[in-house]
Write a protein that binds this ligand. Structure first.
Ligand SMILES: [Zn+2]
Length: 119
């Protein structure tokens, strides 16, 4: 009985830990804030932010409900960073999955403008 109770409490703790807000590196707080505000403006779930050390790839990339954000963006000003984030959030909002077409890119750009206008 005690073992079952301990297991139940452990599962509750693990469940709470994974259901809470995502923990991102502290230096990503401004990125998480922007993503959370944009997602809230659309009533959408927040894509998971994944910190990367990519130097040779796109600084920010959206794929499969995850927003990959290179540490090199930490030196970007908001004027550069927010449009890039908004474009990738556009893919999220529009439900783009897998490889995207030039039309998808154009739609993500248009959605980025709407996101930036809402915030
Ligand atoms: Zn894109």
């Amino acid at each position: 009985m005690t073992r079952i109770l301990i297991s139940a409490l452990l599962l509750m703790y693990v469940g709470c830990a994974t259901a809470g807000p995502q923990q991102v590196p502290p230096e990503y707080a401004h990125i998480q804030d922007f993503v959370a505000k944009a997602s809230a403006a659309y009533g959408m779930d927040i894509p998971r932010i994944v910190a990367t050390d990519w130097e040779d790839r796109a600084a920010i990339r959206y794929q499969d409900r995850q927003l990959y954000v290179s540490r090199k963006t930490l030196s970007y000003s908001d004027a550069i960073l927010e449009p890039l984030l908004a474009h990738e959030l556009g893919h999220h909002i529009l439900g783009h999955r897998g490889s995207v077409s030039p039309q998808d890119e154009a739609a993500a750009n248009a959605e980025a403008v709407r996101i930036l206008a809402k915030l």
